[in-house]
Each structure stands twice: as C-alpha cells, then as structure tokens.
Write a protein that binds this ligand. Structure first.
Ligand code: SAM
Length: 286
C-alpha cells in the first residue's frame, strides 16, 4: 500500500476495533491538517529521527513520515495499535519502528538513536504521564534531542511557558528556563480530539539550550523550587527554611548571598534567581 492509499484514520479505528481506552489517556487527533501542522513545527525532518510517544492509530506518525523524517521510532504501550501501525510502516518503506513499551521505562539506548543523529521528539502526550516524560527529557544529560514538539493539556503548556509573576509560574517554568527555550505554538480545542477530553490542549516547542548555557545541577534546583513553591504564599525567608535545613546556612543567608530580598515571595523571583539559590544551596552543603 502507498502512503496516499492509507485509509482515513476513522476507518482504521473502526476496522481494527480501536475503542479509546481512557486509562491510557487515549484521545485521538484525526484531522490530518492538524497533524501536519504539528509535524512541520519539528523543523527540518529529512535527515532526522523522530521519536514519538503514544502513536495510537498513527495520525501524527503518518505526518512525521510524510514530512520526510528519515525514521520514526514510536513507543506505544497499547498493543492493539500494532496492526494499524504495521500498515503505516509498509506504506512508508519500512521507516517506522515500533517499540511496545511504557515510555516512562524506556531510556535513550533502547531507542537505538545512532551517535550524532538529529533526534526530534514529537508527541500528543497521554495526560497521566506527559509531565513526567517531559521533565525526564529536560533533565537528561547529555541532551540527545534537538527539539521537542509536544501536546499537553493547555494548563500544563501554560505552566511550561509562564513568565515570572504570572499565576502559572512555578517549578515547571523554572526547570524549563534552566534547560531550554520554550514557545507556546497553538491551542487545540477539546473538540479536535476523538473522544474529546475534558479540557483544551496546546502544543509547545522546546529547544534545549546549548551545553554551556544549560544549568547542570537539576537536583539542587529541584530542592530549592520544591521548598520555595511548596509554600507559595509565604515569604522566601519562611518557605526556604526546609531546603536550608539540609545545609549549613539559614534561608536568610542563602538569600543574602544571592542578593534576594528574604521578604519576597517565590513567584516574583526570575529563573536566574532560583539558579543562583541552587548554586548557593549546593555550596552550603559541601
Ligand atoms: N498520537 C495519537 C494521536 O495523536 O491521535 C494518540 C495520542 S493519545 C493522547 C496518547 C497515546 O499514548 C495513546 O495511544 C496511549 O495508548 C499511549 N500511551 C499512554 N501511556 C503510555 C505510556 N506510558 N507509554 C507509551 N504510550 C502510552
């Protein structure tokens, strides 16, 4: 079968009896214009390997292959999609590899990405594991992907791109800023999916920062932001007491060494301030 002869996704779902399983966050994107729009956000796909989490019936998978990805490696937990995905592989000259697994348990090695290959991550992420996968990719060192184009619940996308002082600003925005540049691409209403989820979704484009600019000590940054945002309404003098208790310094001393007002609240401090605090926290532990 050729790529043009592949049946519409609705027919594939009906023919293979692929009723959506809510426990696996299955909400399918069947509009090929939208899947093509997501694939185009991946940038230069010819010459790239695309890693897709949760291909389901394969809408985005087809788009990634049609846009010229040299290979798509798709990780899918639900084995029911295997026959539909095998048809796509046939139609695209064997450029699709399927790994039947839980993406949370799959490391870079299992993806078989050759050293030096340009790998792009593209996914309409299952809601229940999307944030955990995203932070895992952000924290991975060395960084093995050159761009990630990811669909999240809109509220999660807003937390990723939030600026200092905004309601959505918190740990996710700070970790993102420490490791990457993130851009909110577009919103998809719930009705764009089959079956529709309860909330709207949004696509974000994430580009890792160059090695020299990435903040390396994610453990320290996590300890500081967990403490600071765990008690969001309190002043940093109080909220950082928990992180400071793991060091020789007091919260006041950590803050003073970074030139941060102890009476300030976490949401008013830019990512740079948290990175400075993470460094001070690490130094005060050694
Ligand atoms: N990519 C398809 C689309 O856009 O129509 C399906 C997206 S659906 C939101 C999420 C997909 O992720 C489902 O196919 C689901 O089976 C799969 N999935 C859920 N949890 C997973 C996990 N832990 N590892 C791999 N795939 C998972």
């Amino acid at each position: 079968m050729t790529a043009q002869a592949l049946p519409p996704l609705r027919e594939v779902i009906a023919a293979h009896g692929l009723a959506a399983d809510k426990r696996l966050g299955q909400h399918f994107l069947l509009d090929l214009n939208l899947t093509a729009k997501i694939a185009r956000l991946c940038g230069d796909l010819p010459g790239s390997v695309a890693i897709e989490v949760g291909p389901g019936p394969g809408g985005l998978t087809r788009a990634l292959l049609a846009e010229g990805a040299s290979r798509v490696v798709a990780i899918e937990k639900d084995p029911r999609f295997a026959p539909a995905l095998a048809e796509i592989n046939d139609a695209f000259d064997g450029r699709l590899s399927i790994i039947e697994a839980d993406a949370l348990k799959i490391g870079r090695e299992a993806l078989g990405i050759e050293a030096g290959a340009r790998a792009v991550i593209a996914a309409n992420l299952p809601y229940n594991v999307g944030t955990a996968l995203y932070t895992g990719w952000l924290e991975a060192e060395p960084v093995w992907w050159s761009r990630a184009v990811l669909m999240f619940q809109k509220e999660v996308a807003e937390r990723i791109v939030a600026r200092t002082g905004e309601n959505a600003y918190g740990r996710l925005a700070i970790l993102t800023a420490a490791r990457a540049k993130a851009r909110y691409a577009f919103t998809l209403p719930a009705r764009a999916f089959t079956p529709p989820p309860k909330v709207d979704s949004a696509v974000v484009v994430i580009d890792p920062l160059p090695d020299a600019q990435r903040f390396g000590d994610v453990e320290a940054l996590s300890a500081i932001t967990a403490s600071a945002f765990g008690q969001r309404r309190k002043t940093l003098r109080k909220s950082l007491a928990q992180a400071a208790s793991q060091t020789r310094a007091s919260a006041e001393e950590l803050l003073a060494s970074c030139g941060i007002d102890p009476g300030a609240r976490a949401e008013t401090i830019a990512p740079d301030g948290f990175m400075a605090l993470a460094k001070a926290w690490r130094a005060a532990r050694s």
